[in-house]
Write a protein that binds this ligand. Structure first.
Ligand SMILES: NC(=O)c1ccc[n+]([C@@H]2O[C@H](COP(=O)([O-])OP(=O)(O)OC[C@H]3O[C@@H](n4cnc5c(N)ncnc54)[C@H](OP(=O)(O)O)[C@@H]3O)[C@@H](O)[C@H]2O)c1
Length: 431
């Protein structure tokens, strides 16, 4: 696995972390798993999932406000008496001492405290230095880039697996490409030359926390040219010295292809970077010339064309309104606030359908494979809570072959996580 420590960067590793390296499976720590951010909209859903699927895992609730955490614990205890034994840990996301203490007590930290560029850096540092595995649901590429630059090398030395993007961004893309690659190798003995992810259905809402993260990123991008560069770089998350390849900017136009009308997909700018980092971290398993894109797809019909145009215009209008101060206030009043999000009914009515198509040519013979990634709940919350809790349990309970570092879901947990998510009701299938 490649490293990306900047010349002169400090490598800080606690003696305890070095002792822990390789012995974490011996359950030397008080907790297997701590959920940080349990009082938030998504954190509360993840807490319910952990309660339902955690089994004998020793876990605890963490956040900055003890009284609010007691409220979460009481709600969980009403669902299952076993939650009455959950311990509560208090730490602010900017308190380095408290975060070090928290990271030393557990083998895994799972965090929903966002926006991550505001609240996430100290926790990643604490986990990397203390040899504690970590997972989150960030979709903020500049934040991931910063943790790679600052903590990848440290995490390699302590054995901490730091895994970003364990929600709807970017597990369906990252694990979808992994199973597509397996299918193509079985079919042709070689990886795909190129792959496209088509989002064919996505029904769900947004939370205040997600909107705050997106708007915060837009604001920061207006101020900081360096950050804009990261957002626009198709290889923004690749190791240093490997930030180039055949892919260009994400598709923004509308077109009619064999598969139907296609338009932009709002999360492509995050997911494609994660998939390309996975490829690099897995020693270019998908090939150095692998080309990858993500788009939304609609039927080849008048209605399909109208939907494609309408959705793309809507996305453009939302981003445009967010950039204009006068409209920004109107948006802020109309959209959910931090702590708010889609109702239980909306989450249960939600769903997502994704199709992946991979192609290659071996000895002049063209090959084509397809895969599906699907779930019958709202992708951003209902299914994100399942994906994050299964990723956290995977880091805590399963035997994994990956080494430490700032990783991606597929490079850290690979097929082990695929099997877990299939067991949790997610479709991850190569056709
Ligand atoms: N990738 C995906 O698919 C996906 C899906 C959903 C959400 N997300 C991301 O997840 C994050 C959370 O979203 P959300 O809607 O759950 O947000 P939210 O409801 O606003 O929750 C934020 C959480 O952060 C905590 N927090 C805020 N400041 C803190 C501090 N200084 N120290 C410790 N904790 C602090 C809050 O604690 P208090 O309760 O004490 O205020 C709360 O628990 C966002 O970044 C969002 O973009 C990603």
């Amino acid at each position: 696995m490649s490293t990306s420590l900047k010349p002169g960067a400090k490598l800080q590793v606690s003696a305890e972390a070095l002792e822990q390296k390789g012995t974490m499976t011996a359950h030397t720590r008080e907790f297997d798993l701590v959920l940080f951010g349990a009082t938030g909209f998504t954190g509360a859903l993840v807490a319910e999932e952990l309660l339902a699927r955690g089994g004998t895992v020793r876990w605890a609730l963490a956040g900055r406000d003890r009284a609010k955490l007691e409220g979460v614990k009481a709600r969980l205890t009403a669902l299952s008496k076993t939650a009455g034994d959950l311990q509560i840990l208090v730490a602010d996301s900017h308190d380095a001492v408290a975060l070090d203490a928290l990271a030393k007590r557990t083998r895994v930290v799972c965090t929903t405290v966002g926006p991550y560029h505001q609240h996430g850096l100290e926790l990643v540092r604490a986990c990397a230095e203390n040899g504690t595995h970590y997972c989150d649901i960030t979709g903020e590429t500049p934040f991931m880039r910063r943790t790679i630059d600052a903590h990848h090398r440290t995490a390699q030395s302590t054995g901490a697996r730091i895994v970003h993007a364990c929600g709807f961004d970017s597990i369906p893309s990252d694990l979808g490409c992994l199973i597509l690659d397996e299918a193509m190798r079985l079919r042709s003995g070689a990886p795909c030359d190129e792959a496209t992810l088509y989002v064919t259905k996505m029904r769900g809402g947004a939370s205040g926390g997600t909107l705050a993260s997106m708007l915060g990123l837009l604001d920061a991008a207006k101020r900081e040219p360096e950050l804009r560069k990261v957002l626009l770089d198709p290889y923004a998350l690749n190791p240093d010295g490997e930030r180039a390849g055949p892919d260009g900017p994400d598709a923004f136009g509308l077109s009619l292809e064999k598969e139907g009308f296609v338009g932009p997909f709002v999360m492509a700018g995050v997911n494609t970077r994660v998939v390309r980092r996975t490829n690099a971290l897995l020693g270019y398993r998908y090939g150095r010339d692998f080309r990858y894109r993500e788009v939304s797809r609609y039927r080849r019909s008048v209605m399909g064309a109208l939907r494609c145009g309408g959705t793309s215009l809507g996305l453009g209008a939302l981003l445009g309104a967010a950039a204009i101060p006068a409209l920004r206030g109107v948006l802020a009043r109309a959209l959910p606030k931090p702590g708010e999000g889609p109702s239980k009914e909306q989450r249960e009515r939600g769903q997502f359908r994704i199709a992946l198509v991979g192609t290659n040519r071996v000895n002049g013979v063209p090959n084509r494979v397809t895969a599906r990634v699907e779930g019958n709940r709202d992708p951003g919350y209902g299914f994100t809570a399942i994906m994050l809790s299964e990723a956290a349990l995977c880091l805590a309970c399963d035997t994994l072959t990956s080494e430490g570092g700032v990783l991606t879901p597929a490079s850290a947990m690979g097929m082990t996580l695929v099997h877990r998510l299939r067991g949790a009701g997610m479709v991850l299938a190569a056709d």
